[in-house]
Ligand binder design. Sequence first.
Ligand SMILES: Nc1ncnc2c1ncn2[C@@H]1O[C@H](COP(=O)(O)OP(=O)(O)OP(=O)(O)O)[C@@H](O)[C@H]1O
Length: 586
Amino acid sequence: MNKTQKTNRSVFSWLSEFAKGRRGEYLLSVITALIGVACSLIPYFLIIKIITALINGTAELSYYLTLCAWMAGLWILRYILHSVSTTLSHHATFHVLAKVRIMLLDKLATLPLGTVLDRSSGSYKNIIVERVDSIETTLAHLLPEMTANIVGALAVLALIFANDRRMGLSMLIVLPLGMLCFMSMFRGYNEKFQRTVTSTKALNDTAVEYIGGIEVIKAFGQSKTGYAKFVSAAKEGADCFIDWMKSSLFGQSAGMAIFPSTLLGVLPVGCLLYMQGTLTADTFLTVIVLSFGVMQPLMTAFSYTDDIAQVRTIVGEVSEVLSCEDMRRPEKAVKLPCDNSIELKNVRFAYHDKEVLHGINLHIEQGTVNALVGPSGSGKSTIARLIASLWDVKDGSVELGGVDIRTLPLAECTKRIANVSQDNYLFDLSVMDNIRMGRKGATDEEVIDAAKKSGCHEFIMSLENGYQTVCGASGGHLSGGERQRISITRAMLKDAPVVILDEATSYTDPENEAVIQSALAKLVKGKTVIVIAHRLSTIADADQIIVVNQGHIEAAGTQEELLKSCPLYKTMWDAHISVKDNGEAV
Ligand SMILES: Nc1ncnc2c1ncn2[C@@H]1O[C@H](COP(=O)(O)OP(=O)(O)OP(=O)(O)O)[C@@H](O)[C@H]1O
């Protein structure tokens, strides 16, 4: 059972917390709904009055017409009140859900990147958009309608008991039988419900993954049936709903039939008592008419059980995200870094339980170029991400200018460090706005100036709408190389004193290589630079080359020193040179 499933928080306490500022609207909605219920109950008494008058033959036509007019008026009033109540509760609910969504989005921004990446992007979208949306109707109707139905039914029952206790009890005869049928339906309810929630979530996630990976699926000739994960998620989804339906069909149908049939008890008992002369015809009639106003509202109230369970699950999912541990960062720095050097002291880091960095010690001098090299999976990107404060170390510390970065506000770290990686994201905005993300408030001229410095101006001007060209979702309207050049320009505009380049030139074609290298040279001039590059020729001149191997620092030094002292580096260099000699891209 996961964290979500264990959440036992009451839907009402959650709603009450999130409805702060909207409670008045909910209260008004409940009061209006209750008055509406009163309006729907009074006609029952008017019906009894009409029947009694008809049996006794005492009244005139105007008497009956007046009562009918009252009934019509009350029905109209009831519908008006119902509309007012529903409008109020929907209005409050839209605000509550908007607040929940904003809190979820704010939360994502404060979580460590690792926590965010642990879930698929589809599952976040699913919670923030679809799952939150799916409880709108329930939340809006739950409070006013459930309260009104329960209070209304109990009020009628109390009236029946007040008229004749024996008839009140006769009404309840079918209750245990109906309950028994419903209980059989609820056997194993939690497990079944959780199975549907889990399978629906899995189906959503795999559908998003399927769409995300559609290029690969098409390229390798896989059809949707070839994508086994999706097929089995869809089958599991269908199976669990069919199993649930099969196991609850009998109980549900029998319960629905028996529960409202109060006349099964009322009629025989009433006839018996009437024949014995201990029950008047008036009371008998009153009970028969009122009995219609008890079970139906109760059944409507019961029908919310399913919805409440669904809301509770979603509340659990929302609470799970909201309760994730934030990156612990102070609002204000006690001490600001005195320079932009970087020091890693005995740093250990694990993804979940798998430790991938085992006590890293590293010094990066201010204003120097430092290259992290090593076999794939050795931990280079992880080191860069810890320096960029995208994750927190599990043990040890990362210092920026002699200050532990955990004691610096995130904004300070972000201001000082620019991170250009191979998959820097471009938003579905204009090229101008995407670059401007590097420095909020930069003028158009400053953006264009940065583009000129990075050698991007000409290629941007050649786009259909120049700087106003929209990049498409994830920058999909641009080539990999173009996306990368815009990311570099964005970092250039930011002008941070520390620059991390993680495979920043991986999409570069030979034609653009020189342009990009010169852009990077301008970007990193005078900065503290950490570069991860597989093409060793691009970092041969670095001030310090750090060889990472299996989560350890194997060696550090200049190219010349390492070629003499580090066999691993020598092997990597020789392999690189031989590829180069064979005419492949380097
Ligand atoms: N988000 C993650 N969750 C779990 N494990 C991860 C995650 N990211 C990386 N790893 C693992 O951590 C180890 C180090 O990965 P890292 O990306 O830092 O290596 P790298 O040297 O940069 O590799 P490459 O050169 O291939 O990019 C690898 O074993 C990798 O599988």
